[in-house]
Structure formats: structure tokens, C-alpha cells
Design a protein around this ligand. Structure first.
Ligand code: SF4
Length: 341
């Protein structure tokens, strides 16, 4: 069993380790009757072993599209039109359907918001876990049942509930059962897209704490997507901020929280209440995200940015710059700061 690392030890280990997942220059388009929408535009990031990488941004910014691209479950009218997604060096985008099926279960699993409704209502929870195990291993039925009980126990469900049907469990327990299935094969990466959004805040927090403990115990990595920035900051090791299909800032979550550099990140942080900390007046972000069929030239955030540099931000797209220890941001205000060291 993997040793339990403190958050700082884990962060240091991640910085030195080879990435588990490397998303390189990913481009995804939706082909619509109005034209092509570049929903994900030249996005690159890495997830390291035992790391929780969070993606944040307003709805429609491309974060869920990235989750669907990584798990290769995008369906037309969405198309991956560029880039590579390397998992331990293998390009997921080059895998055929047969390879992909095995890969998805053995190395990567997925928990979506609607997943708890995806449990088969006429099959017991235990049987659903056992079936998942037996489909991908040669474990006997009785050993798989024993493993299913252990998994239920791991996610905080009394193993005696193994023969319960989904409708006999609460919403929180059903989502825990889905997480048990996601953990069934000791996958290295779990993609969680709004995994607890349908649950009440207390259950949400409990489940996220359990997931973090399990991650520290078993050493898997998580791509965590939620619109709830407070939850994201609390549970992620690093965070990427998306705006209009682009990654505009990436940093350890502590720095996103205490020292955000991109004006959009600063606005986003000010529009969410913190889980702990002093009460303060929340500020929204004026305007709304652009129509991606015709995104604004230059920095895509410029029509909403109150510190835009006239004559530059409207014309020149900013590049992601290294502004500190594992901290990157794409904003012209940082150009000078970085070039002058
Ligand atoms: Fe604002 Fe310009 Fe920075 Fe974009 S590049 S966030 S418009 S200051």
C-alpha cells in the first residue's frame, strides 16, 4: 500500500515525477449549423501521479469538453481536430475502439454528475461492481464479491448493503457506489466532472474528503472539474483556469487562491464565497463569455477586462508565461514583469 504523503510532500513528489497524463495542444471543435465552434483551443497541461488537477471556468469554457476528449467519449458534432493526449507516453487519440475499451477501465475511470443515475436500477449495487471487476480481470465470482464488499467499505457504505438495489440507497450513497466502481480496478486516473454537484453541501464535502484520503492511500490521480471554485481550491493540488476555450492560468491551488495573476482569475475568485475565511462582498464578472463562432481578436477576455491595455489587448493574443514556481498566466500585463525578471 502506498505511503500517505502530506500535501506538501505530495506536491514536491509531483513536481519531480514524469507526468501520468500529458495533454498537448488539444483542439476540439463543434460543427454547428451556424459554423465551427473551437470549444478547446490549443490547451496543454499535465497531471502527475497522485495529483488532483482541477479545471475551473464559467460554463461553456471548454472544461467538460476536455474531460470528454481525454476519456474519448466525445460524439459528433464534437471533433478532436488537433493535439495529442499522452497517458504514460501512449497517445489515447491513436487507440482503436478495442484498445480504448480496455484502457478506459484498466487505467482510467470516469465519474460524471449524472453517474449516480446511470446505475442500473434492476441490478444490485454489488452485482454491478462484481460485473465490472470480472469483465476486466480473471477474478472468481466469490473473490470479486469480497472485493466489492471491501470497495463499498472504502467509500463509506456498509458492506452489508451489497445486495441493495440503487433505489434503496440515498443520493449520496449511490454516488459513493459509483465511486466504488470507479476504484474497482485500481485505475491510475479518475476523471471527475461535477462528481458531487447533485448532492447537498455537507455530503459533497464528506465525499470529497473521502476521495482525497483514498487518493493519498492508493496513489491515483484525479482530473477534477466543478463550477464550485471553493471546492476546487480546497481539494486540488493544482488548478487550470479556462476562459473561452483557452487555458489562461495554471498554478498550485494555494497560489490561485492567494496570488492569482490573470484578471479573469482574480474576478472569478472574487465571485465565489470561500469555505472558510472572512465574509466579504462578492463581485461578479461583468458581461458574458464570447460567442466562440467569432471569438474576439487579441485577448479573448478584453471586452470584459477593466485593465485592458488599449491598442495591445484587442490585437495581440497573450501567451502563457512562467510567472513563478509552476505558475503560468497569459496576460499582457505580465509581459513586462516577466521580461524584467
Ligand atoms: Fe486584460 Fe489584456 Fe490581460 Fe487580457 S491580456 S486579461 S485584456 S490585461
Amino acid at each position: 500500500m502506498a505511503a500517505v504523503l502530506s500535501k506538501d510532500e505530495a506536491a514536491a513528489a509531483q513536481a519531480d515525477s514524469a507526468p501520468l497524463l500529458s495533454v498537448q495542444n488539444l483542439e476540439v471543435e463543434y460543427h454547428t449549423p451556424r459554423g465551427r465552434v473551437r470549444a478547446v483551443d490549443d490547451v496543454s497541461f499535465e497531471i502527475h501521479p497522485n495529483e488532483v488537477f482541477g479545471l475551473a471556468g464559467e460554463s461553456g469554457c471548454g472544461k467538460s469538453t476536455i474531460a470528454h476528449a481525454i476519456t474519448r467519449i466525445l460524439r459528433p458534432p464534437a471533433y478532436i481536430v488537433g493535439g495529442r493526449i499522452l497517458f504514460q507516453g501512449m497517445d489515447i487519440l491513436q487507440m482503436n475502439e478495442a484498445n480504448l475499451r480496455g484502457f478506459r477501465w484498466e487505467h482510467m475511470s470516469i465519474v460524471f454528475q449524472s453517474a449516480m443515475n446511470a446505475l442500473n436500477p434492476v441490478i444490485t449495487v454489488g452485482t454491478q461492481i462484481i460485473d465490472a471487476i470480472q469483465a476486466h480481470t480473471d477474478m472468481s465470482r466469490s473473490d470479486a464479491r469480497q472485493r466489492a464488499k471491501e470497495l463499498l467499505n472504502t467509500v463509506g457504505i456498509d458492506p452489508a448493503r451489497i445486495d441493495s438495489y440503487p433505489h434503496q440507497l440515498s443520493g449520496g450513497m449511490r454516488q459513493r457506489a459509483v465511486i466504488a466502481i470507479a476504484l474497482a480496478l485500481n485505475q491510475e486516473l479518475i476523471v471527475m466532472d461535477e462528481p458531487t454537484t447533485a448532492l447537498d453541501v455537507v455530503v459533497q464535502k464528506q465525499i470529497m474528503q473521502e476521495i482525497r484520503q483514498l487518493k493519498n492511500q492508493f496513489g491515483f490521480s484525479i482530473l477534477f472539474i466543478t463550477h464550485d471554485l471553493s471546492l476546487l481550491v480546497e481539494f486540488s493540488d493544482r488548478i487550470g483556469i479556462m476562459y473561452a476555450g483557452e487555458l489562461v492560468e495554471v498554478a498550485p491551488s494555494k497560489q490561485i487562491f492567494t496570488d492569482p495573476q490573470h484578471p479573469y482569475t482574480i474576478r472569478l475568485m472574487n465571485s465565489f464565497p470561500t469555505v472558510s475565511g472572512p465574509r466579504q462582498r462578492l463581485q461578479g464578472i461583468p458581461g458574458s463569455p464570447p460567442d466562440l463562432i467569432t471569438p474576439p481578436p487579441g485577448c479573448r477576455f478584453h471586452p470584459r477586462c477593466d485593465v485592458a491595455i488599449a491598442g495591445r489587448c484587442q490585437e495581440v493574443p497573450p501567451s502563457l508565461l512562467n510567472v513563478g514556481d509552476r505558475h503560468f498566466a497569459a496576460c499582457h500585463l505580465l509581459d513586462e514583469k516577466v521580461s524584467h525578471g
